[in-house]
Design a protein. Structure first.
Lengths: 488, 1032
């Protein structure tokens, strides 16, 4: 069979197979990677590759997401949600009427009393919006008018693993795709030389031995594995196996790839399998990534004014500050979903000291990222989310003293903030009670958060589905209401 | 009666309910299906009675033969969105084709048929075919008949080379060796191919290949999953699986033993080992979990895994509500759940690398034999020794051993010295020690011992308040029950672990001196191990220098070598928490005994350390007045006497100790295994409302879904009965699911594409009659997998060339009709194993503990500092090149070169793998040391074994990997590149040397470095060919 005929037929097949949900078969992959803008016209303003036909469902407000995940669960009442009345109740037992049957983790279920621990930190109002913030967030205070605070997030899980998994995949149990994978599957990629879903992790100074992370948090679950997040590593190759082996220079590698392409084309001509031309193009993409990724992670050309904004830690690869700068560079390059994980927020003991380590890590770089995106006009096309997997208890875990206390896991309320495209700015949404224990106004579930995020990306969360085991799965399971109160 | 209106000719020749109607009508089942709670407008469309019943408004959804009177047709064709079904906001819609099918189906009488997979397969008569010469066996008649129907022709047979590589990879997961190729090509007999098939099925490599896929179903891993993800040890089960496949254990036996081997009468060790299948689930040991919540998850995981693996049913959907599509109610789900609910397990576990109960010791047969021998040898020696004690009572009574007086200096610089009898006492400035909760006392090793555990400890009060620049020492006799915990500590984990302690780390004594863990702390770990259940004397000395060099650990009077794990202490180690025997404040619980604890306000000298340990073992007994000595103490004293006075006794004792050491070494190599066990009284079982562990609803008992056949007669209504039911000939699903999966392994796609789902939403089989024929054949062949596989690979269908014609691509791009042979990318394991085999590095050893091949730095550590699985170091020597199914699997950070090539993460059961084609795969094959080393090793072979010319050497590499010679064109292309590369590397010896040092495999030193480097690049090119990683 002549090669040109093969390629023609193959082209038709691509288009046809694409319309079926061919779940990870090579032909779809070929299209994802090579279909260059075939459906781009459906997505006004985006020049994308891959994705599902009909997505986005309506014009998106945001093209991209940066999710600044604070792993371990930051204490809402020491950072965002001030409870001044608690000062007078220091050491009092949490009233049963407030606790109201909330289950306890095994870490405090044996505790004989639940003494109320007011925050050790002072709060003040900031900006035009007059939003309250803790004294340990001075940089966040500078951008407060750009942010939308949701004080009324709640979750079902009380342990880290299921709770983080829930936030990242919409289910507490393993096996579902992560948010970024859903987006890669539904919306494809804007950058052909970089993955569309990138993950960056950092260790917190607040608690170095804090809760670990798991591959599944950026896994593709039952979606084809090409949609899983690619973790950029801080040591060694930023992407696994990116560097050529020692002793193989670029010329040798180029020659080798040319040989490979020639040999694979000979094969294609004789056997006619379209999967072979996909393979050829994947090797070329790999070659381009060998340039595009180092170029991405090389921050030496950033002006010093920018580096200073992100703070002193920005020079150390693997820090949250460095990752924030990389998040901007990734977004600039059109990477659809940038997922940061900053560990270290799990302050069961010694909270007042440890949380300062965490805010040292995150406050300045986070604010810098928002300002930096804003000054480049990127904030209007990027959705930012900042938050952890649950809240922390108002009562002290362990001994309560004037300057020291710890807090256990608390699922009933926690604070998340968002900003960027599609989000109201300078807004405080939802309310908790005087103990920061229960929500009294506008509860937002994890599914609601997901539904809202997808909506801002132009996706009806009930339409983004994947058939697996006979069921059409969604990120939001069978739940999720839009949080219209925060949407611009 | 009005005639049905004239219809346009339907898209399909005839309407087949299960193939054509069900996929369309099941879209309505969300609101009109099995789940009574979800029924809208009182309409059920899942049964004919429901669909044709008169509704409240007097209409009928379906009037057979009368689409024009059927409300359903009116609604699915409605123009008004308010009338349209399915409703526009449901995100479900019917295609024009589907609407037409429903219309035609009603016009033809609206016959419902039971879902095909729930009906017992009936052995069909193989169809007649026109091209009578083509079929080689029955399979081919089914395939060919359909091709002839569709106007397609089968492809010609693949070349001998291609066929040999295909079948060898399929049956063993490895490529054919050069000898095997020569032999097959030379064998012109008509039975040559069958000979190969029989040889491959008999190869031990077959079991390994089959086990790799079964491990996905069983969610096998070497760690617990969840946050700390500690190691576990289930490989003994993996080896059982390999052995079972190699023995061709019939699938019914294979099934019963894995699901319920423990419930068989007088189960053998192997039958118990098999049940580890359902203990391969994850275990959540996170601090603070509610055990019942996770026990429920475990039981649900077993139901889902078992039903998906054997029945192709996604029962999990019925966890929260009645299944929308399949006839499994929520109550029925929990009735299945009840079969798996009676395992004596807690739902959580300890944060340690151990297996969790219920468990068994799972020796290999040779280990069992050796253990029996060592036990009998010890018994024999003990009897000999006991004999030698007789008749010496008087001597023993009069005996006082010689004991050296302790040096006077030991009484200086003592801060505290404790006598740990009941109640414990202190000499020194400290307060009287306080027993907290429950501890026990005995005579100990020196002056009296206290035994601490999670039940209790001894609080010493405000003693040992030393700071960083103050020299001090502490010492005690220690007898550990477990290799962890702190026998002595003054440490506050709530404040960054400030303080000091003696801790056991896998039985090795370690000392901490901490301001802030881990950044501002010293940690020194002795290389010596304390024996479990035996006394050792431990001294820790610290000179106040804040450096690790200032810390020494003595064991039994001798200074030990130590590893420094933290070396930077700048601040203060003072803490207000009290010192304790048996734990830190609130954690690091020590289970074992402590005797003669002393704190010194100075550094203890080596001589003193030796003197402290020099206590005659008989001392505690001799300190007891003779009349108060127990029988056991008297017997023990006699043994001490003999040890001091009878050289023969001493010699025998040495032999006993040596044998016991051999025994414990052997014992430590015999892994435990987590297995199934049934509680004598089953747990109460309830429907869990919304699937939540803490919302029990109606009580249920074990039972099967009503839509499936009942338990076979005489089968007990427990796990064993369930297993017997799964493989009972009346079960319509099991044989279909099995043969479909075997088919999928060989042909790339199952006859039912959704091999994980045979429910009503599954794909309709491409060849339903063939599937049923194979299912009945599996029973006829008495569940022999080898027989079934042989049948498949002997078929003409399997032997077709996989070349794709333009017509094929148009008519059948996915090759569902099999008008050509299978061509698809190899699974991850085969890609690596093939590279190892072709390069001559593969270690062919079956089974044993999981191994550590190359893995990029940081894969484990970047995401976690928890658990014992970090600081990955690859193995040295043969284990570096074992087959990939033996690679250690950490669930939360699985081996990248496996997961990049679509091996599932093994968090849950996964019966079908994706097959992707990504740039990250290209990077792995080009750059990972695994493959660069393989290229280098292959380059060595090319030059050593590939003949004298460049051409013959390239030919050698092609044959090793592709079982064929290169074409002239391919050969010329690589020859030109080779010449270029040789020139390059000859001119850059440094680059050559670097490339040649990738990986541990040695190079042949006689070969030219430049040339070898050049061949390495050529070998890498060939390793990266599409054809290399593809089965053709």
């Amino acid at each position: 069979m002549k090669q040109d005929t093969v390629l023609q037929v193959q082209d038709q097949i691509n288009r046809r197979t694409f319309l079926k949900q061919a779940g990870g078969m090579g032909l779809t992959a070929l299209f994802t990677m090579l279909g260059s803008n075939a459906f781009g016209s459906e997505a006004p303003g985006l020049h994308r590759v891959g994705g599902m036909p009909g997505f986005p469902n309506f014009p998106p407000k945001a093209k991209r997401v940066i999710y600044l995940f604070q792993s371990g669960a930051p204490s809402q009442m020491d950072l965002f949600d001030p409870k001044p009345k608690l000062a007078a109740r220091r050491g009092e037992d949490l009233p049963d009427s407030v606790r109201n049957g909330q289950r306890l983790t095994g870490m405090t279920s044996g505790q004989k009393s639940f003494p109320v621990a007011p925050s050790a930190f002072k709060f003040a109002q900031h900006g035009q919006s007059g939003i309250w913030l803790s004294e340990i967030l001075p940089y966040t205070a500078e951008i407060v008018d750009d942010l939308c605070f949701i004080y009324s997030m709640h979750t079902d899980a009380i342990n880290h693993d299921p709770a983080v998994t829930f936030l990242q995949t919409g289910s507490q149990l393993a096996g579902r795709p992560s948010i970024g994978s859903w987006l890669a599957y539904g919306l494809g990629t804007e950058n052909q030389d970089l993955p569309s879903f990138v993950v960056l992790t950092s260790v917190g100074t607040g608690r170095k031995d804090d809760q670990p992370l798991y591959d599944r948090l950026w896994g593709s679950g039952f979606l084809p594995t090409q949609h899983q997040g690619v973790k950029l590593r801080s040591a060694g190759d930023p992407v696994l196996f990116l560097s050529d082996p020692e002793g193989v220079d670029r010329t040798t590698r180029r020659d080798m790839l040319d040989d490979l392409a020639s040999l694979n084309k000979i094969k294609l001509a004789s056997v006619g399998d379209p999967e072979i031309s996909t393979r050829i193009s994947q090797y070329e993409l790999a070659f381009r990534m060998q340039t595009s990724v180092p170029e991405l992670t090389d921050i030496s050309k950033e002006p010093s004014s920018i580096l200073e904004m992100y703070g002193p830690e920005v020079h150390k690869p693997g820090t949250y500050a460095y990752n924030c700068l990389l998040a901007r560079r990734l977004s600039e390059r059109g990477v659809r979903f940038v997922q940061l994980f900053h560990m270290g927020w799990d302050q069961h003991f010694d909270l007042p000291r440890a949380i300062k380590g965490q805010t040292y890590d995150t406050d300045q770089p986070t604010a810098a990222l928002v300002k930096d995106l804003k000054q480049r006009g990127l904030l209007d096309e990027t959705l930012l989310v900042w938050g952890g997997e649950f809240g922390r208890t108002v009562y002290s875990q362990g001994e309560l003293s004037m300057d020291n206390y710890g807090r256990d896991h608390h699922p009933r309320c926690f604070t998340v903030w968002m900003t960027g495209a599609g989000i109201k700015r300078g807004v405080a949404y939802g309310k908790t009670d005087d103990y920061c224990y229960n929500i009294v106004e506008n509860p937002v579930s994890v599914h609601d958060l997901h539904a809202t995020m997808l909506n801002i990306l132009g996706i009806d969360h009930t339409k983004l589905t994947y058939r697996y085991q006979g069921r059409d799965f969604r990120l939001t399971d069978v739940y999720g209401d839009l949080v219209t109160g925060i949407m611009a | 009666m009005p005639q049905p209106p004239q219809l346009k000719k339907p898209a399909k020749k005839t309407i087949e309910f299960n193939r054509d109607v069900r996929p369309a009508i099941s879209k309505c089942f969300t609101c009109h299906g099995h789940d009574p709670k979800a029924i809208m407008a009182g309409l059920k469309l899942d049964t004919r009675a429901g669909a044709t019943a008169k509704l409240k408004d007097g209409k009928r959804a379906i009037v057979p033969y009368h689409p024009e009177q059927s409300e359903m047709i009116a609604r699915i064709f409605a123009k008004n969105p308010d009338d349209l079904m399915p409703p526009p906001d449901s995100n479900k819609s019917l295609s024009a084709d589907e609407k037409q099918i429903l219309k035609t189906w009603i016009a033809e009488g609206a016959e419902y048929k039971e879902h095909w997979a729930f009906v017992k397969p009936v052995r069909p008569t193989p169809p007649e075919v026109k091209q009578k010469s083509w079929p080689r066996n029955t399979i081919d008649r089914f395939i060919l008949a359909k091709l002839e129907d569709e106007g397609l022709r089968p492809a010609p047979e693949a070349s001998k080379e291609t066929l040999l590589r295909r079948v060898t990879l399929d049956l063993t997961g490895l490529p054919p060796t050069l000898d095997e190729q020569r032999e097959f090509l030379a064998d012109k007999s008509p039975g040559a191919y069958e000979k190969v098939v029989d040889r491959l099925l008999a190869s031990p490599r077959y079991g390994e290949r089959m086990a790799a896929d079964w491990m996905d179903c069983a969610r096998y891993a070497d760690s617990n999953g969840y946050q700390a993800d500690y190691e576990r040890y289930q490989w003994r089960w993996r080896d059982w699986v390999i052995d079972a496949f190699n023995k061709d254990m019939p699938y019914d036996e294979f099934t019963i033993e894995q699901i319920a081997g423990d419930l068989l009468p007088h189960p053998t060790l192997d039958q118990k080992i098999a049940t580890a299948f359902n203990r391969n689930h994850r275990i959540n040991t996170e601090g603070g979990v509610i055990p019942e919540e996770w026990r429920v998850e475990t039981v649900i995981d077993r139901v889902e895994t078992t039903s998906e693996t054997w029945l192709g049913l996604t029962a999990g959907c019925a966890r929260c509500h009645d299944h929308k599509y399949d006839p499994i109610s929520q109550k029925e789900f929990y009735s299945l759940y009840a079969y798996f609910n009676n395992v004596p397990e807690s739902g959580t576990g300890v944060e340690q690398p151990v297996n969790h109960p219920p468990l068994i010791k799972a020796p290999y047969p040779d280990q069992s034999a050796r253990m029996a021998y060592l036990n009998s040898r010890i018994n024999y020696l003990n009897a000999e020794m006991d004999g030698r004690l007789k008749g010496h009572d008087a001597e023993i009574a009069a005996w006082t051993p010689k004991m050296a007086a302790p040096p006077a200096s030991l009484s200086t610089g003592v801060a505290e010295r404790y006598t740990l009898s009941d109640p414990p006492k202190v000499e020194g400035s400290g307060p009287t020690p306080k027993v907290v909760d429950k501890v026990t006392f005995d005579s100990g090793r020196s002056t009296g011992a206290v035994a601490t555990s999670d039940k209790g400890y001894v609080d010493l009060g405000a003693v040992g308040d030393f700071d960083t620049h103050h020299p001090f020492s502490y010492c005690a006799w220690v007898e550990p029950d477990m290799g962890s915990g702190s026998p002595i500590a003054k440490m506050d984990p709530g404040h960054d672990y400030r303080g000091w302690d003696l801790m056991l780390q896998d039985y090795r004594p370690a000392a901490h001196f901490i301001d802030t863990w881990p950044s501002n702390a010293l940690k020194v770990v002795s290389k010596a191990m304390l024996p479990q259940g035996k006394w050792s004397h431990v001294v820790v000395t610290y000179d106040g220098s804040a450096t690790p060099a200032g810390v020494h650990i003595y064991v039994d009077g001798k200074k030990t070598e130590a590893d420094v794990e933290q070396s930077s202490l700048r601040g203060s180690i003072r803490t207000p928490v009290t010192a304790k025997i048996g734990r830190r404040t609130g954690e690091s619980i020590f289970s074992g005994k402590v005797d003669d604890l002393r704190l010194f306000d100075r550094v203890v000298t080596p001589d003193e350390a030796a003197a402290l340990a020099n206590v005659h073992p008989a001392a505690p007994i001799l300190a007891t007045p003779p009349e108060k000595r127990s029988t056991a103490q008297k017997a023990q004293l006699a043994r001490y006497w003999a040890m001091d006075n009878d050289p023969t006794y001493r010699d025998l004792n040495g032999q006993v100790e040596q044998t016991a050491a051999d025994r414990s070494a052997l014992d430590s190599r015999i892994s435990t295994l987590m297995v199934m066990e049934e509680m004598p009284k089953p747990r109460d079982c309830h429907v869990l409302i919304r699937g939540q562990y803490d919302h029990p609803g109606d009580k249920v008992t074990a039972g099967l879904p009503a839509a499936l056949p009942p338990l076979p007669k005489g089968a007990p209504n427990n796990r064993l009965g369930l297993a017997e039911w799964i493989v009972d000939p009346s079960n319509p699903l099991t044989p279909r699911v099995l043969v479909n999966r075997l088919w999928e392994h060989l042909f790339g796609t199952g006859i039912v594409e959704t091999s994980e789902d045979f429910g009503t939403r599954s794909d309709f089989p491409s060849h339903p009659e063939l599937l049923d024929w194979l299912a009945t054949e599996a029973l006829r062949q008495k569940w022999s997998l080898k027989a079934m596989i042989k049948e498949m690979v002997m078929s003409a269908t399997y032997r077709q060339s996989s070349d794709i014609t333009a017509e094929d691509l148009k008519k059948d791009p996915k090759n569902r009709l099999l008008e050509r042979g299978p061509r698809f990318r190899l699974p991850a394991e085969m890609i690596r194993d093939q590279a190892l085999a072709a390069s001559g590095m593969l270690t062919e050893q079956i089974g044993g503990p999981s191994v550590r091949p190359y893995q990029p730095a940081g894969v484990w550590d970047d995401v976690s500092v928890y658990g014992n699985l970090h600081h990955y170091k690859h193995d040295i020597g043969p284990n570096l090149h074992r087959r990939s199914l033996y690679t250690i699997w950490k669930r939360t950070a699985a081996p990248p070169i496996m997961t990049l090539f679509d091996v599932p993460a093994r968090e849950t059961c996964r019966v079908r793998r994706a097959r992707t084609n990504t740039p990250l795969q290209a990077l792995a094959l080009l750059d990972d040391v695994t493959y660069v080393e393989a290229a280098r090793a292959l380059a060595n072979r090319m030059m050593q074994e590939g003949g004298p010319t460049a051409k013959s050497r390239i030919d050698f590499a092609f044959r090793a990997l592709l079982s064929r010679s290169p074409s002239q064109k391919e050969s010329n292309l690589l020859l030109a590149s080779l010449a270029k590369r040789i020139k390059h590397y000859d001119a850059s010896p440094a680059a050559a040397a670097k490339l040649l040092s990738e990986g541990d495999w040695p190079n042949d030193p006689r070969l030219s470095q430049g040339e070898l480097a050049a061949y390495t690049v050529i070998a890498s090119t060939i390793l990266n060919l599409d054809e290399t990683i593809t089965k053709e």
